[in-house]
Ligand binder design. Structure first.
Ligand SMILES: [Zn+2]
Ligand SMILES: [Zn+2]
Length: 101
């Protein structure tokens, strides 16, 4: 077989690294070790620690606040659901609309 032992070992290594990376994120999520920074960013623990912004592209996009309908400017293609004003008013995550705490 051409998918040899070395391929499998390399894949296993990457899988292990992936697991460690996820486990670290989960730990940070549970400890909430950057709470100040997270709340300044108006993001819930899930969005801040687990989802991150890694999957988004660097394009400028706009969306509408799901609560008040105002236009939101987003610096990436990963758009926000809630505007800053509503987030602060109702203690909601700008990304997903869940509670901040
Ligand atoms: Zn709003
Ligand atoms: Zn969120």
């Amino acid at each position: 077989m051409s998918w040899d032992k070395k391929n499998i070992e390399t894949t296993n290594w990457f899988n292990k690294k992936y697991y460690e990376n996820v486990a670290l994120k989960v730990k940070k999520h549970d400890d909430d070790d950057q709470q100040d920074k997270r709340l300044k960013n108006l993001k819930c623990k899930c969005c801040y620690y687990l989802k991150g912004d890694m999957i988004s592209g660097q394009a400028f996009t706009t969306s509408q606040c799901e609560n008040c309908g105002v236009d939101i400017s987003n610096p990436t293609t990963s758009t926000n659901k809630i505007c800053e004003k509503c987030s602060k008013e109702h203690n909601l995550c700008v990304k997903c609309g869940g509670n901040l705490d």
